[in-house]
Ligand binder design. Structure first.
Ligand code: CMP
Length: 152
C-alpha cells in the first residue's frame, strides 16, 4: 500500500516538467523534502531586494509574474522553478514574484535545498532552468547592445 502511494506520488511529480528526467529515488526524495501550498491571486511570493531568501518554489499549477524594478520581465507557469538564485548565491532576491492566478506550489526550504540540489538529476534540471533564463536575457535590449558593441 505504502509502495503504491509512493509510486503514485512519484508519477505525479514526474508530470512536472522540471522533474521529468529524475529517477524514482530522486522523486521520492523531493516528495519527502517539499511542502505543497496553495496561494491566492495577487499574493507576493518574493520581494525584490529581500535578503536571507529562505525558499525556492516549483509551480504545480497557476501562473506568476516576475517583476524587476516594477516592470514585468517574465511569466512563469506549471513546471517552472523560481527563487533558486538567492538560494544558490545568498544574495538579495533579484526580482519580485507575484501570483497572477491562484497557485499550487512546492516549497523547498533552505535545509532541504542542499539535499534537493545535491541529487545529480536535480542539479542538472536547475542548471537548465538557469541557462534558459540566461538565453532569454541575452535577447534583451541591454544584452543586444553589449553583443553589438563586442562585434564592432
Ligand atoms: P531569486 O533571485 O532568488 O528571487 C527572484 C526570482 O525570480 C529569481 O530567484 C528567479 O527564480 C526569478 N527570476 C529573476 N529574473 C528572472 C527572469 N528574467 N526570468 C524569469 N525568472 C526570473
Amino acid at each position: 500500500m505504502i509502495d503504491r502511494i509512493r509510486r503514485e506520488q512519484a508519477a505525479r511529480l514526474r508530470a512536472v516538467r522540471l522533474f521529468a528526467r529524475l529517477n524514482d529515488r530522486e522523486l521520492q526524495t523531493i516528495d519527502r523534502l517539499a511542502d505543497e501550498i496553495e496561494v491566492a491571486q495577487g499574493e507576493v511570493l518574493i520581494n525584490q531586494g529581500a535578503t536571507g531568501g529562505k525558499e525556492s518554489f516549483v509551480i504545480l499549477s497557476g501562473t506568476a509574474s516576475v517583476e524587476v524594478d516594477g516592470q514585468a520581465v517574465a511569466t512563469l507557469g506549471p513546471g517552472e522553478l523560481f527563487g533558486e538564485m538567492a538560494m544558490l548565491d545568498s544574495k538579495p532576491r533579484s526580482a519580485t514574484v507575484v501570483a497572477l492566478t491562484p497557485m499550487t506550489l512546492l516549497v523547498i526550504g533552505p535545509a532541504q535545498f542542499q539535499t534537493f540540489i545535491s541529487q545529480p538529476g536535480m542539479a542538472l534540471a536547475v542548471l537548465k532552468a538557469v541557462v534558459g533564463r540566461l538565453r532569454e536575457a541575452e535577447g534583451s535590449p541591454r544584452q543586444r547592445a553589449v553583443d553589438e558593441a563586442g562585434a564592432a
